[in-house]
Structure formats: C-alpha cells, structure tokens
Design a protein around this ligand. Structure first.
Ligand SMILES: *Cc1c(COP(=O)(O)O)cnc(C)c1O
Length: 376
C-alpha cells in the first residue's frame, strides 16, 4: 500500500524545477549572495502582489514578527496580546522583541483570536499591540479586531505566516492591519527552499526602522545608530521565491479543491470540519479537523490512519499559556480568565494531509479510512 505522508514538497516543486535551476544559475553567475538585485526584486514583486507600498525581506517568519514590533518602537516590556492557540514562534518573537506576551482566547468556530477576549486582555494589561494570527489559512475576524484596536489604542500586526492569499471580505490578509509578518518556510503556502520571511506595511517610518534593525542598526554601513540584529534574506532564496510567487494562486486553488473534497467525503462523520468564514477566502495552509469524544480519541484515529500508511500531525498540542517555559498553568501576567476553547482545541485537533500534488484519489482514500475508523 502506498504511503500518504503528512507533507511532501517535491510534487509541488516539480513544475518549477527548471525555473528554480535557472534562478540558481543566475545567482551563481552574479557572484552576489546577500542584499542584491534578487532581494530587491522580490521585495518589490511581493509587495505589489500583496497590494502594499513596501515589503522588507528578512531571514525567517519569526524575525519578521520581531521586526514588526521593533519597527513600532514600543517601550520595553510592552504587552502584546496574541491568541493562546497558535504556533510557538509567535510568543518567542514577542519575547525576543523585548515585549511580554498576553494570551487571549480563540473563537469556537474559526479558532482565531476572539475579539472580546482581546479587548479584555488589552484593557487589563494596558497592551500596546495585538498579533492577530490567521490560523491554518483562515482569516481572523478583522473588522471587530480593528474596532478593539481603535478603542484601546492598539497596533494591529497580522501574522500571515499561514495566510498567503487569504482574504477577509475582499481585502488581502496582511493589508488590513498596521503591519504584516510573513514566513516563507518551505511548507508554507509560499515557501522558499530554506528559511526566509518578510514584513510589509504602509508607513515609511516603520519600513525604515525595520530595515535598520534588520542589519545591525547601521546607517550608513558600519555606523550603528540603534541596536539591531542580522536578519537578511539570501539572494538565492529571493530568486527561488520569485519563481514560487508566480505559482502561488494556482497552488492555493489546488489546496481549496482538496479541502472541498475532504469536506464532501467527511461530511457525515463525527469529525468537526474546518468552517470557512463567510465572505472570506481560506488559503487552507492546513486541513484541520476536530476529533470529538473522550481524551485519547484523536490519538486512536491518528494511530488507525498511521497503520494504513496515512500521516497526520497536531497543530498545536500545547497552547501558549500551558507552555512549561511560562511556568505551570500561568495564563498571562495579570487577570483571571478561562481559555477553555483553546484547551479543548489542543486536545482535539488533528491535521490531515493537504499539499499540492496530493491528489483527489489520496483524499478519497483518507476519507474512506476515517469512515472505517467510525465503522461507517
Ligand atoms: C511558521 C510560522 C511562524 C514562524 O515562521 P518561521 O519562518 O518558521 O520563523 C510564525 N507564525 C506562524 C503562525 C507560523 O505558522
């Protein structure tokens, strides 16, 4: 029986293989490996694709978040609200930027930050910014989040690491907030052949500060006017990303077709299927179901699928406020609140394979295996 791995990149790279080799040759011939014409061209092409005046490339998505916070020039130890149910780099980035993460609850249906919880947490901690994570390719509910930001004087940073091509009521994810952070980790919807990231926005002041921090706070070169870091994107990755950007829409369309196939094939099973926010375009970075029932049911399904050669994953098993690094069960700096939905999700979510090139026959086989698990 053929294995269906949880993820595989080679199939989606095949169609671009010649163009990627040509890009490699071009960079090799140029003798420029950092901060050269490929990076400048990618920044221009990516910001144009997004519909924003600028993008600043950097080494990875975690740095992109750090650079958004640095660009805003927040006072040390500023509170930044983010969903507890998210990827670990989100809070590491907040900490690395000298800020303190404050965890908020997520929405029961869409698993993105709950605007009401955001408001409570921001008020209780006098937070300065929110990191709104578009989880799994699903947009956050940006309109009420924007309203809370106005009311509380918060900067809105969109974490678009899983949302290249996601839209919210006709607006591209990343163009609604003050700043947006993207990752181009190889498995993301837009992936490099290694690490890469970018931030984007409208303010020239924030752009200039992000550029400074990106390279040792230097302006001009070898003169440091502020503390900085090294977070450059390679010319090679920029050249590869220019090739990959041209295929992004087609790959996202394929992801959505596969997701629709899953939804039809699993419709009458006990699984809770991913809801799509009305009027918004879900980029299906991941296809995540909830396995309801007693603790351990998810693990039983994962094991059942594994025995049939089907790989799965859990995004994410430990919510931010439960991470051992924050101390036992500490939810945030101050305030009592419940993160029941987040904790339920962490126990129930299971990611099924969804990648360009997976094919509908594989999706059908996975759906059949799930049905068999439930004796259907
Ligand atoms: C991948 C990811 C990041 C971090 O990106 P890296 O390029 O791996 O540093 C940040 N936020 C979210 C939501 C992610 O999925």
């Amino acid at each position: 029986m053929d294995q269906i791995p949880f993820g595989a990149l080679s199939p989606q790279l095949e169609a671009d293989a010649d163009a990627l080799r040509a890009a490699f040759e071009r960079v090799l011939q140029s003798g420029w490996f950092l901060s050269g014409p490929e990076v400048a061209a990618f920044e221009q092409e990516f910001s144009a694709w997004l519909g924003l005046p600028w993008a600043v490339s950097c080494a990875n998505g975690t740095d992109a978040i750090i650079l958004t916070l640095s660009a805003l020039n927040l006072p040390p130890e500023s509170r930044v609200v983010l969903p507890a149910f998210t990827a670990t780099p989100c809070y590491h980035a907040v900490l690395a930027a000298g800020c303190i993460p404050v965890f908020a609850e997520v929405d029961e249906s869409y698993y993105t930050i709950d605007p009401e919880s955001l408001r409570r947490q921001a008020e209780a901690t006098e937070a300065r910014a929110v990191l709104a994570v578009h989880l799994y390719g699903q947009s956050c509910d940006l309109a009420p989040i924007e309203a809370v930001c106005r009311e509380q004087g918060l900067f809105l940073i969109e974490d678009c690491a899983q949302a290249h091509g996601t839209t919210y009521q006709g607006r591209a994810a990343g163009t609604v907030g003050d700043l947006a952070a993207f990752s181009f980790y190889p498995t993301k919807n837009l992936g490099a052949l290694g690490d890469a990231g970018a931030l984007a926005g409208r303010s020239e002041e924030w752009r200039d500060r992000a550029r400074l921090v990106r390279q040792y706070g230097e302006n001009p070169r070898y003169v440091s006017v502020m503390p900085g870091m090294n977070s450059r994107m390679d010319e090679l990755q920029a050249a590869f990303l220019r090739v990959r950007l041209a295929r992004l829409e087609a790959l996202n369309a394929e992801r959505r077709l596969l997701a629709a196939r899953y939804k039809a094939g699993l419709a009458d099973t006990p699984l809770v299927l991913p809801a799509e926010r009305p009027g918004c375009n879900h980029a299906f970075h991941l296809f995540v179901v909830r396995v309801p029932g007693a603790r351990g049911k998810r693990e039983a399904l994962a094991e059942f699928l594994k025995e049939r050669g089907i790989g799965t994953a859990v995004h994410y098993p430990v919510p931010g406020h439960r991470q051992p690094m924050f101390g036992l069960g500490r939810a945030d700096v101050d305030g009592e609140f419940s993160l029941e939905i987040t904790e339920h999700l962490a126990d129930e979510v299971l990611s099924l394979p969804l990648w360009p090139g997976l094919g509908e026959a594989a999706v059908d086989r996975i759906c059949a295996a799930v049905r068999e698990f439930y004796g259907m």
